[in-house]
Each structure stands twice: as structure tokens, then as C-alpha cells.
Design a protein around this ligand. Sequence first.
Ligand code: 5GP
Ligand code: MN
Length: 335
Amino acid sequence: MAVTPQTNTTLPEIAEALLKHDQFVICGHVSPDGDCLGSALGLAWALRQCGKQVTCVLARDEQPPADLMFLPGAAQLVPACRYEGPCECFVAVDVPTPERLGDGAALQERAAFTVTIDHHAVPEAMSELSYTDPDSASTTLMIWELAKYLGAARGKLIATCCYTGLMTDTGRFQNQNADVSAFAAAAEMVAAGASPSDIARAFYQNRTLASIELEERAVAHMALSADGEAVLSWLSLADFEACGAVKADAEQLIDLLRSIKGVRVACLLREQAGEVRGSLRAKDDTDVAAIAREFGGGGHRAAAGLTIHEPLRAAVEAVAARLGIEDVKLPEARS
Ligand code: 5GP
Ligand code: MN
């Protein structure tokens, strides 16, 4: 593994430390995805097998994406801001900074002991024990290892959670991070009871009609750079309203943009209350995390995100300029 500045321990040491505690709160990042929820719920099942008391909390007080509610334990997720129980040991998974922990940061502050397990490289550790492996395709890969060191029997529940994170963070084993370790671990998870077809069907073959309608609008707003290597599209709040869509309905549309022939960098901007969220993806070795950081965001080389605190129109103009897209279709200015 690549040593990162925030790593100060190993997975066996984390297992040993966790086993000394009895009660746990686990939290992932805001806008939870398959890896973040799979990591939290997978670790929760492993700790429960060791006789521990565990609550998984959500970084923000909002419904998790409907296409992840099949994950075992998803129905018991509690918004961090409403959790008033004990917090002896706080484990952050798939999230490197207090900002990305959202309301979870307050729980982290009152915990007696803190741990981070993640694959996002940042300059500083936020927990007493931090293990970060940017070469790991998903955080659930590390949770799968950790479950072994905890001595948990890795059965269908843990395997389903961990396989889900691996499947989603590798883009169905198609992204640059789908390496031999990812496939080897996937084989172990399938042997332990994870069903690739059931999980893929639950996540990918379960689209709402609203998301299909939203896709039509994302295609209509699409603009390419003159050389065809960059593509940008956007969805306004009005688009979401008109389609009866929720945030999660736009989650997979970035993959459509990236799939275009000749495109190297794809970006989708979504207007949300008071801010604009952006997803960036690279099809080659372009470092989109570096582009995201220019806008105050971050992530991985091939998949990154950002938040712009400006009106949608200004955000579209700024990102289009950065990506060299001149022929951009602008949303209407809001009065
Ligand atoms: P997505 O486009 O799916 O929201 O995010 C892609 C990747 O970038 C994920 O690994 C996510 O954790 C990371 N990411 C998204 N938004 C941000 C952000 O604002 N800051 C940082 N540091 N990472 C982000
Ligand atoms: Mn992840």
C-alpha cells in the first residue's frame, strides 16, 4: 500500500484496538454512496458478531439513496444529528475530513476513541488511529480485511455490504481501480454468500422513471469541447421538480457522459438548495481530483466531486471555462 501522511497504524492494530471497546458509532460521508454505506454496515455486522453494540449514523438528516436500501441494516440507519446515545468509539469510514462527516463530526468530537478507515488521501489524520490506502479500490475492501482480523465469521451479510461498495466504487469492475486485489476479494465475498446478480440488479436495474426523465434533460444540456475530449452537463432544481426526481435519481448519470466516444473528462453539475454539486470522472489518467480541488472539492484521480456556492449559471460558466468548453448551454439566470 502507498503510505499516506494520515496513516499511523495497520488493520490488525485497528482490530486489536476496536476489540477493547464495547460500544461504537460508525459514520461515512455526506451524500452517501455504495462504498460509504457498505463500509459502515459491513463493519457494523462484523463488530456485532464480536458482541459489540453498534449504531450506524448518516452524515446528514436525509433519506439514504433508495437503490441502497437493500443493504442489510440500511433501514436502521440513524441521522447523526438525531443520535443522542453513547459514543465510546467513533469510526469514520470512506471519509477523510470532519467537513465531509457532516453532522457526524459532532459525534466524533465527543467520542472517547476515534478511528478512520479510508482510501481518500488528505494531508492530515482526523482520528487517533487512521488507516488510509489510496490504492484500495474501495473502503469495503479494507473492511473485509478488518473483519477477518476482528475474528468475525464473514458470512452473507458482511459479504453483501462489502461487495456492494466494491462494485459501485469500481463502476461494476470497469474503472482503473479494478485491480487483481479487487477481483480476488470479490471472489472471497461471493464465496461467502454475496450474490453479484442480486446486488447488481438491486442497484443498477432499479432506476426510477424520474431518473430516466432526468437523463433526457442531462443529454439536452450537454456540451462538448471542440476536440470532444471534455463534456459538461447540468441539472437545475427546476429539472428535478419537473421530473419529480430526487438527488439520488441523478447519481448514475455521470457514467452516461463519461461513456461518450473520445471523452476523457466528464462533469455533471446539479443544483441543490443554496449550492451546486459537481461530479467529475476521467476515462484516462487525467487527474480530476486536481480539477476538483481548484473548486474546493477533492476525491480520487478518476472520480472526484466538488461543491460550488454560487448560482447554477455561474457554476456552469466557471467549470466550462476550466474544461475548455466554449459552446456551453447555460441555464436561465434566476430572478
Ligand atoms: P461523487 O461524484 O460520486 O459525488 O464523488 C466522487 C468521489 O469524490 C467520491 O470518492 C467522493 O468521496 C469524492 N468527493 C466528492 N465530493 C467531494 C468533495 O467535495 N470533497 C472531497 N474531498 N471529496 C469529494
Ligand atoms: Mn469509497
